[in-house]
Design a protein around this ligand. Structure first.
Ligand code: SF4
Length: 395
């Protein structure tokens, strides 16, 4: 239903001040990082940085640094493909890039990749350093309407199972699914999309494929609650690990890596507000503050919003999602990370030797539930918390 704006004369100056703020702070986005500005390189700016820092998903999350990242990073994309920058309506950040493949068998493909997630999952995670092959995989994945994060995960899992001889070429319909083989990956993407042969099983995701293969493959089936991890590796990043473990829809990277950010993300999503333009990660990406968002909301709705109330609305959303999961039978054992992250340290790169400590991680999770006033054993929010948030009807 279309709502009337409550206070139009107050709204315009607020929007202009928000735009000015984002424009101003965008000059400092990712400032000081080698890979340059979000505006110049989009999220692909993080490809080089996170690989250097050992925080990237590489070889089915086995490593955090990709030795050949310089062949697929944002500078290569700018040089080989990108033609122009573009933006959502009126956004001064203009994080989107559009380009064309100029040579080789995929010449003339027009596309807006790679972004950080797509370049990592179809690049580093599969050890693909052929830029044009990676772009073709991203293009086909998008064109076929796939979730590229899940698709790249399931293909990475099959590559590892093949490498470990848990499956053979005949299980893969004759595909030689070795690390870095872009042609085989492109064929597998099509098999998944059309549910052909092994693609029919692969289309069901890592959890289902691992269950079918068995033989201990669960340890490197990279998912939480059946949803595949995003492209940020967690051996050296316990807050992100916690975020993946407790996020309501599975291993989601857009759910916040602490309680306040989880609540903030839920509120931002409810508004349809792009989190790049917010102060979600104020340390490296300053942006529109919670108080300015609350002022905008007040001008639009006529209700009295402030930043505390804004965060509380996010907490209400996050907790309601949690109660939905709880009703459906999800408990603490479902907030579980794959064993790989506690057992096989990185062998190379910026965080060589990094590993999550199971005991420390368990303590961190206990503290998280307690701070949220959820039962650490069952993860159920307390009645008191539910009542406080106006969710008494779920008790
Ligand atoms: S609104 Fe967000 S996604 Fe769109 S151009 Fe701006 S920063 Fe990028």
């Amino acid at each position: 239903m279309r709502q009337k704006i409550n206070n139009k004369s107050a709204l315009l100056p607020l929007i202009l001040s928000g735009q000015a703020l984002v424009r101003e702070t965008s000059k400092g986005l990712l400032g000081g990082l080698k890979t340059g500005l979000l505006r110049d390189y989009g999220t692909a700016a993080s490809l080089q940085k996170l690989s250097d820092d050992g925080l990237m998903a590489v070889k089915n999350y086995r490593e955090g640094t990709f030795a050949e990242i310089e062949k697929i990073n944002a500078k290569v994309a700018r040089e080989k493909a990108w033609v122009r920058d573009f933006a959502c309506y009126c956004c001064p950040l203009a994080c989107k890039k559009s380009g064309v493949i100029k040579e080789g068998p995929y010449k003339t493909i027009v596309h807006d990749g790679p972004e950080y997630e797509t370049g990592t999952i179809f690049g580093a995670n599969l050890m693909i350093s052929d830029f044009n092959g990676m772009m073709k995989a991203i293009y086909d994945g998008d064109d076929l309407g796939m979730d590229i994060i899940s698709a790249g995960n399931v293909i990475g899992f099959l590559m590892e199972a093949y490498e470990k001889d848990l499956i053979t070429k005949s299980n893969l319909d004759g595909l030689d699914l070795t690390w870095g083989n872009a042609d085989a990956v492109i064929k597998m993407i099509h098999k998944i999309a059309y549910r052909e042969g092994v693609g029919d099983l692969a289309a069901q995701g890592v959890k289902a494929v691992s269950k079918k293969i068995g033989q201990g493959s669960k340890a490197f089936a990279i998912h939480v609650k059946g949803m595949e991890l995003a492209a940020y590796n967690i051996y050296a990043n316990p807050p992100r690990a916690l975020c993946y473990a407790v996020a309501n829809r599975g291993a989601c990277h857009l759910s916040g890596d602490n309680i306040e950010n989880q609540n903030l993300m839920a509120a931002l999503d409810s508004l349809g507000f792009c989190f790049f333009a917010s102060d979600f990660n104020a340390r490296i990406m300053p942006g529109v503050s919670k108080s300015l968002m609350a002022e905008l909301l007040t001008a639009i709705t006529g209700l009295d919003w402030d930043s505390d109330r804004f965060l509380e609305a996010g907490e209400r959303v996050f907790t309601l999602e949690k109660m939905f999961n709880f009703r459906e039978g999800f408990r603490r054992e479902d907030d579980r990370l794959p064993d790989r992250f506690f057992a096989e340290p990185f062998t190379t790169g910026g965080e060589k030797g990094a590993l999550l400590d199971r005991e420390e991680f368990t303590t961190m999770m206990d503290e998280y539930y307690t701070e949220r006033r959820w039962d650490p054993e069952t993860t159920r929010p307390s009645d008191e918390k539910l009542e406080m948030l106006g969710l008494g009807f779920t008790v």
